[in-house]
Design a binder for this molecule. Structure first.
Ligand code: CP3
Length: 345
């Protein structure tokens, strides 16, 4: 067994007792930190950073040193899975991801490479995890992650961000056979990928279902949770967190997943979420990321309100989504320090 100096997050995830709530932030490694931007500015772009393990490890550890969070999350992107499956992506400055080639039919799906070795294609993430573990040297746990199949499906079919993802949704209604085939392919690759991350040293893994909120409850059940559930059932080597953004309507269903932690966004009330999810899972979240635009006093107040709503149950303090890049790191620290100074009774 690995000897962790700070195992607060793992104890909380496993329902053990803790002195205080653990805290980390989605997107903590990234543009909020000048130290991140300095590393990034020497490179051709985001993708070079993601595919250079030494540098990915360096920016993964930055928030541990600079912000004092209770966990590191490996610096990568959910889009490495579509890339490994044969769809290259670009990251366009100030716009986001773009896939020159997308896929929307059984013929195109069948034309993708058949015998893909996920571990070989994503060697750089696995290597970054190994380096990060060595350099963290047991200070805090490391979180691995992947996109949930539905969210990856959105990018593979649409090719870029979208308000409605109506091209992706169209396929669910117009070609369910293809949709299930692509979701299955993504699911299998994701299982292999997460297992490889855990074998390399990830202590816990999180699934990001960023576009869960655009489906209806029955469609999310059929095309979303069905595949998230397969992944949860297949991953027995480490605890799993499922963050289905916007899926307030699915909280009861998510509570039945074979996972330890459910992430909630800021639209979801903490107490109501606890009632729907029950006492036997850890809940992660959910301060509005925009609260960090407030004054130090406001941040402290809003954070304490959130911590009080946790009512001494199984909770991990986090934001309800990724931290925005223009937030002052001192404000992020205020959030973290407020959590760390809050005594549970
Ligand atoms: O600190 C961490 O949370 C780890 C790193 C991480 C990144 N992306 C780095 C990143 C994680 C966990 C992700 C997940 C991710 N990527 C999601 C799911 C979470 C969510 O936000 O809903 C999604 C949908 C993506 C796809 C993606 N990657 C988009 C839409 C964008 C562009 C938007 C933006 O913020 O610029 C990215 C780029 C990206 N991924 C950046 C970072 C640090 C910014 C790129 C840069 O440095 O220029």
């Amino acid at each position: 067994m690995e000897n962790l100096q700070n195992d607060l997050l793992l104890r909380m995830v496993n329902g053990e007792s803790t002195e205080r709530y653990p805290v980390w932030l989605m997107r903590q490694a990234g543009r909020i930190l000048p130290e991140y931007r300095a590393v990034r500015s020497k490179l051709s772009g985001f993708i070079e950073l993601v595919t250079t393990p030494e540098l990915a490890a360096e920016v993964t550890i930055q928030p541990v040193d600079l912000l004092g969070v209770d966990a590191a999350i490996i610096f990568s992107d959910i889009l490495v899975i579509p890339e490994a499956l044969g769809l290259d992506y670009e990251m366009i400055e100030k716009k986001g991801p773009f896939f020159p080639k997308t896929i929307s039919s059984m013929e195109e799906l069948n034309a993708l490479d058949k015998e893909i070795d996920i571990q070989e294609r994503l060697w750089y993430v696995i290597e970054a995890i190994k380096i990060t573990k060595r350099e963290l040297n047991g200070r805090v746990p490391l979180i691995g992650f992947a996109g949930a199949p539905w969210t990856i499906f959105c990018y593979m079919t649409e090719g870029q961000g979208s308000k409605t993802f109506s091209k992706a949704k169209r396929l669910l209604y117009a070609d369910p056979e293809f949709s299930h085939a692509l979701l299955s392919k993504i699911t299998d690759a994701t299982i292999t990928y997460l297992k490889a991350q855990i074998a390399a040293g990830a202590n816990i893994v999180q699934l990001f279902d960023s576009w869960a909120g655009i489906l209806s409850p029955s469609m999310y059940s059929e095309f979303g949770t069905k595949y998230v559930s397969k992944i949860c059932d297949a991953i027995n080597e480490a605890p799993v967190t499922v963050f289905a953004k916007g899926a307030y309507y699915a909280r009861k269903e998510l509570a039945n997943l074979n996972c330890e932690t459910i992430g909630i966004d800021w639209n979801m009330d903490v107490k109501e979420s606890r009632e729907l999810i029950g006492p036997n899972k850890t809940i992660q979240g959910n301060l509005d990321p925009c609260a960090l635009y407030g004054s130090f006093q406001t941040i402290e107040e809003k954070t304490k309100n959130m911590l009080n709503s946790f009512a001494n149950q199984r909770h991990i303090a986090n934001l309800g989504h990724g931290v925005y890049p223009d937030i002052n790191p001192e404000k992020v620290k205020c959030f973290i320090e407020t959590v760390k100074g809050f005594e549970k009774n």
